[in-house]
Design a protein around this ligand. Structure first.
Ligand code: PBG
Length: 324
């Protein structure tokens, strides 16, 4: 009888040994918490498909931001639910818009949080598409002009990072140009570079009231089957001046995250999206999954795939668990 000389189990014997040889250490330092800001005061309405996530007025956003900061989470990303919607998303541009007012209030509260904003039109258009329509299709170049103005207004309000999520061609260059023209050259761009046309955005569209009223987003978001195209999108966005690139969603696209990580020497983010969150929450509520265990496993997997930055609705829970 021969015995193995290689015994990988030696290093799994105790938590001390496992911890010593652990390759991926999930930390709160890479997490970004998404938040939904709506008009009014004292509004805090839970999103039914996303337990623990709220549509909140500016005053409530500031309160939750204090909590987020105290948990050691470095930043948030803001999504706006405007008072009014029209064909061109005009309510996304003004200094008195919901997102702009939220940024200002967070700044006034002297929080150290990094404030990131989602730059897109779908929450602000009455048709729910991410751009303006011409002949029934989303018009690329006309949309890019508006997106650049929106990014400028977020930056003027005090955003640290603007994050275009629309998937129009050339929007990163247009945003970089308008920011630089207005002496906002230090405002960073996180581009949703490889954003797939995904069924996993379902709950978000309830949260952000941004479901398209006709058709779908397949003429601008990426085909889930493609990875070479993702590398092309990332290369283009970096060429146009993106500082951080993102892959979205995360779980069905871990291979994309890995390939982007290997091919480019820039910070890579991943968005652990609403549907990924909702699945875990629903199963945990039924007692079918151990929430803490699977969330930590999921986020470790996303980080192991190569994402140093993870946008996730689980951020507050994870920060608490990692502290404990
Ligand atoms: C806006 C936007 C979406 C998400 C982030 N920004 C929705 C979409 O493209 O339909 C999804 C985020 C999530 O599902 O958590 N374009």
């Amino acid at each position: 009888m021969s015995f193995p000389t290689q015994r990988p189990r030696r290093l799994r014997r105790s938590e001390a040994l496992r911890n010593l040889v652990r390759e991926t250490r999930l930390t709160t330092a890479g997490l970004i918490y998404p938040m939904f800001v709506c008009p009014g005061t004292k509004v805090r309405q839970e999103v039914s498909s996303m337990p623990g996530v709220y549509q909140q007025s500016v005053d409530q956003i500031v309160e939750e931001c204090r909590e987020v900061e105290s948990l050691g989470i470095p930043g948030i990303i803001l999504f706006g639910l405007p008072e009014t919607k029209d064909a061109r998303g005009a309510s996304s541009l003004g200094a008195d818009g919901v997102v702009q007012r939220a940024i200002e209030a967070i700044r006034k509260a002297e929080l150290k949080l990094l404030v990131m904003t989602d730059v897109c039109l779908c929450e602000y258009t009455n048709h729910g598409h991410c751009g303006v329509l011409e002949d029934g299709d989303v018009a690329n170049d006309a949309t890019v002009v508006i997106l650049a103005q929106q990014a400028l207004s977020h930056a003027r309000a005090g955003a640290d990072i603007v994050a275009p999520s629309d998937m129009m061609d050339g929007r990163v260059a247009a945003i970089r140009e308008i920011l630089d023209q207005h002496k906002l050259e230090n405002i960073a761009i996180l581009s949703y570079a490889a954003k797939y046309g995904s069924g996993f955005y379902g709950p978000f569209r309830e949260a952000a009231q941004s479901a398209p009223q006709f058709g779908d987003r397949r003429s601008y978001q990426m085909d889930p089957a493609n990875v070479r195209e993702a590398l092309k999108e990332v290369a283009l966005d970096l060429d146009e001046g993106a500082d951080i690139v993102m892959v979205k969603p995360a779980l069905p696209y871990l291979d994309v995250i890995r390939q982007v990580r290997d091919a480019f020497d820039v910070p890579v983010a991943a968005y652990n999206v609403s549907g990924e969150y909702a699945m875990v929450k629903a199963a945990a509520q039924k007692g079918w999954l151990d929430e803490q265990r699977v969330v930590l496993e999921i986020l470790t997997g996303i980080q192991r795939a190569g994402a140093g930055i993870i946008l996730t609705y689980h951020a507050k829970d994870v920060a608490r668990w990692l502290k404990a």
